[in-house]
Design a protein around this ligand. Structure first.
Ligand code: ZN
Length: 141
């Protein structure tokens, strides 16, 4: 897998120092995702408050650098968003991988998540990148 330096640096930084890693006992929902082909496992813990805002989101689990980095980026992005905003981000993110065309310009607010777009060239790693997001979808539904 060839990645440019910036991309690799950010992925490694997130996987070595994952943001929002750990349990969240006060969570209002949990979901588990696993990707046996790679050995990735991720649990997402979500705390949705009574205004439908993601007050907190954390993850636990283990796996390859991409799965951990993606979970770290996902939780950083989703924290503080409304449920609807979170669903919109989720949809945009999934479209990066499922759309048959090259994704159009992503929203500026997407920030470093855009870096994961290049993973669509490596179909066997797409599951690693989307695992945490599939679990997020379950916690929001
Ligand atoms: Zn993986």
């Amino acid at each position: 897998m060839e990645l440019d330096d910036l991309y690799q640096e950010i992925i490694l930084d997130h996987s070595k120092k994952p943001r929002n890693y750990g349990d969240l006992p006060e969570a209002t929902s949990h979901a588990h995702g696993d990707n046996p082909a790679c050995g990735d496992e991720i649990d997402v813990h979500l705390l949705l408050n009574d205004q439908d805002i993601v007050e907190n989101i954390r993850f636990t689990g283990q796996g390859c650098a991409i799965s951990q980095a993606s979970a770290s980026m996902m939780t950083s992005k989703i924290k503080g968003k409304t449920r609807q905003e979170a669903l919109d981000i989720l949809q945009t993110f999934q479209n990066m991988f499922t759309s048959s065309e090259e994704p159009k310009e992503l929203p500026k607010t997407f920030g470093e998540l855009k870096l994961l777009k290049s993973i669509r060239k490596y179909p066997q790693r797409v599951k690693c990148a989307t695992l945490a997001w599939q679990a997020l979808k379950q916690t929001l539904s």
